[in-house]
Design a binder for this molecule. Structure first.
Ligand SMILES: CC(C)(COP(=O)(O)OP(=O)(O)OC[C@H]1O[C@@H](n2cnc3c(N)ncnc32)[C@H](O)[C@@H]1OP(=O)(O)O)[C@@H](O)C(=O)NCCC(=O)NCCS
Length: 154
């Protein structure tokens, strides 16, 4: 059973492992180092204090082990969902469950805003996560496959 929770400063080492070489392959960035991981966590904590809060960067934990991050970011009337899991935990349904959980939060906090997501075309596992969580593909934009959550799921 997964848990979504706020990050804490002590999570920086786990975040660095989550953003390892395999995980960042389609993210347009390099692996995270320790400094960046500390800054990442500090940014997540700072965004948690936002009023109104427009960004949720939540840790995905299983049995107390932080395995991933799931994010919800509101830009105007659109809410974007994204997620990254530590590579040795892939294929166990965790990302799909994490996205389902954060969508509930997105609906509660952001009301009727459109919920969107996207993935690199060479990253079909991410598309499976989105479809399994209820998203439908909407096309290709700027080189990414785009998705939206139909109203019927909200
Ligand atoms: C994408 C990612 C989050 C998936 O995490 P996960 O916990 O393995 O996801 P799940 O186990 O919930 O679901 C994976 C799905 O992809 C499928 N899958 C895995 N590898 C696949 C592949 N090469 N081609 C097609 N489907 C694939 C699995 O079969 C499963 O689908 P199913 O349940 O319908 O069978 C994880 O691989 C990751 O963190 N990747 C790096 C970061 C990233 O790409 N994030 C998304 C940015 S858009």
């Amino acid at each position: 059973m997964i848990e979504l929770r706020e990050l804490a400063h002590g999570d920086a080492g786990a975040v660095e492992c989550i953003y390892g070489p395999e995980s960042v392959r389609f993210l347009g960035r390099g692996p995270m180092d320790a400094n960046e991981a500390r800054e990442y966590v500090a940014g997540a904590l700072s965004s948690a204090d936002g009023k109104p809060r427009v960004r949720y960067t939540l840790g995905l934990a299983v049995d107390g082990d932080l395995l991933g991050v799931v994010k919800l970011h509101s830009v105007g009337s659109v809410v974007a969902v994204s997620y990254v899991l530590r590579a040795d935990t892939w294929g166990r349904g965790y990302a799909t469950e994490g996205v389902r959980r954060i969508l509930v939060l997105g609906t509660d906090r952001f009301g009727a805003a459109a919920i969107r997501a996207r993935h690199h075309p060479d990253n079909p596992a991410s598309g499976r996560v989105l479809r399994n969580a209820g998203f439908v593909p909407t096309g290709v934009r700027a080189g990414f496959v785009t998705y939206a959550l139909p109203d019927v799921w909200r």
